[in-house]
Design a binder for this molecule. Structure first.
Ligand SMILES: [Zn+2]
Length: 128
């Protein structure tokens, strides 16, 4: 009869796998940020920093503006997701609504009309 040596003092913890944080965590000197749109954790070099200036969302091109910043993939899809989830006021601790018009005009989010129809339904208050 085979008896397995089970030491009760050794508690086997499940491996800590939260999502797909692969080898990003091993490089802790690389700043990792969470995209407020898709919630993916990526190196912040891949994301745009968005800040609120006088109630308007703007892209912090130089990443030097003071205050809180929200990080976002430079893709229209992530911008749409972030807006739908109201992620910007939350990330930036803003009391009121934030105007994202300037963001949509930014080159990174300017959508070709083909893509605009894909993400447009239900996300924009404009009846267009
Ligand atoms: Zn994203």
């Amino acid at each position: 009869m085979k008896v397995e040596a089970l030491d009760s003092s050794v508690v086997q913890e499940p491996p800590r796998t939260r999502g797909d944080t692969t080898d990003l965590q091993r490089h802790r000197h690389f700043p990792v940020r969470t995209c407020v749109g898709c919630r993916q954790r990526v190196l912040n070099g891949e994301l745009l920093r968005v800040v609120a200036v006088a109630g308007r969302l703007v892209v912090d091109e130089g990443r030097r503006l003071p205050g809180r910043g929200a990080w976002l993939h430079p893709t229209p899809g992530c911008l749409a997701k972030a807006e739908r989830k109201r992620a910007f006021p939350r990330a930036l601790r803003s009391q009121g609504a934030l105007d994202a018009a300037r963001l949509r005009e930014h080159a990174a989010f300017a959508t070709p009309t083909v893509l605009a129809t894909e993400i447009g339904s239900g996300t924009s208050p404009d009846p267009q």
